[in-house]
Design a protein around this ligand. Structure first.
Ligand SMILES: [Mn+2]
Length: 330
């Protein structure tokens, strides 16, 4: 198993038939990674297919190649080289990728999640990168492939969307330097602003009203949570993009350190999205219940309805806040 950038770049340079797979419910970073890498490899003469389980949201169509992502079905045959971008593990792709399906393939794992399982033949995992597109940028440079304006836009989308538009503490000076270079290379930041930040869907507004109506804040004001019932999910049928970022509405409340949004994805299955602001490690909290992600943003899936999930996670969160307050007082 080899870890470094040079080996990852070399493996890609030597490959001819390549599939690039993004995680289910693709966000700007996994999609930006997939489209930037895919386009650069195609332009260097390789045969590349882009797979995702889900349809790409329309708001991402301004990124060149977004309409070329194919919805994967289990009957499809994977080429010899399979690249996973922004995926902690192959299962995150959301389709049936068993060991048998992947046997004999060269697996390339390019990711920035601390909880990445290092499942690749080649792993380029840098968890300090604010966005995986930052890692893709380095892979392209290591391969010596040019960054066209289309590729710059794709990479910039990942950098922007995974960092709260360059606001969160996962932004490093390097993130900003790369963003500046991408802007110089022609990244279309106007389309990004209009399509991703100034086009809130009506369903998202409906959900915002709903979660504010269901908002709970702990007595000390440090833990805020809300939920979207399975019934509401069924009635409204939101896209994943209608849900993305909703949690910020409750995280951004003054004094809140940990925010959780519970949503009933099935009658007895709840997805919890966790966020923190300053000190809390929500990767660790999600890990206690079998989930994971980043220090400031993580997720976990719970068997049970939203009330059950809230009752399960709530005491753990409050205990962590209590311990932190106690340590502060000493
Ligand atoms: Mn990411």
């Amino acid at each position: 198993m080899q870890q470094n950038l040079k080996d990852t770049a070399q493996a890609l340079l030597e490959a001819q038939y390549i599939a690039i797979i993004s995680h289910k419910n693709p966000d700007g970073d996994t999609l930006g990674s997939q489209l930037a890498l895919g386009r650069a490899l195609q332009q260097s003469g390789k045969d590349v297919v882009l797979y995702n389980r889900d349809k790409v949201a329309e708001k991402f169509y301004f990124i060149a190649g977004a309409d070329t992502v194919v919805q994967y079905t289990d009957e499809m045959i994977l080429p010899d080289t399979v690249v996973f971008v922004d995926c902690t593990e192959p299962q995150l792709a959301g389709f049936h990728l068993t060991d048998a399906v992947l046997a004999g393939k060269t697996i390339i794992n390019i990711d920035h999640h601390a909880s990445n399982k290092r499942y690749g033949t080649y792993n380029y995992v840098v968890s300090t990168a604010g966005a995986n597109c930052q890692n893709i940028y380095h892979v392209l440079a290591a391969m010596g492939l040019p960054v066209t304006s289309d590729i710059a836009t794709a990479l910039y989308v990942g950098l922007s969307t995974d960092t709260g538009n360059f606001m969160y503490d996962n932004v490093s000076s390097e993130t900003l330097r790369i963003a500046a270079e991408l802007k110089d290379l022609g990244a279309d930041t106007d389309s990004l602003r209009l399509k991703l930040y100034e086009s809130c869907s009506k369903k998202k507004i409906t959900l915002m009203k709903y979660i504010l109506n269901n908002l709970h804040i702990s007595d000390d004001g440090q833990y805020a949570w809300s939920s979207i019932s399975h019934q509401m999910m069924t009635d409204l049928q939101p896209e994943s993009t209608d849900i993305d970022g909703l949690i910020n509405t409750i995280k951004d409340i003054e004094g809140v350190e940990i925010a959780i949004l519970f949503r009933g994805v099935e009658e007895k299955r709840t997805k919890a999205s966790l966020r923190s602001k300053v000190w809390a490690d929500v990767n660790q909290i999600a890990g206690m219940f079998g989930g994971g992600g980043h220090v400031r943003a993580s997720g976990v899936s719970i068997d049970g309805d939203v009330e059950y999930a809230a009752a399960l996670l709530g005491p753990a969160v409050e205990e962590i806040i209590r311990q932190h307050d106690a340590a502060e007082c000493q």
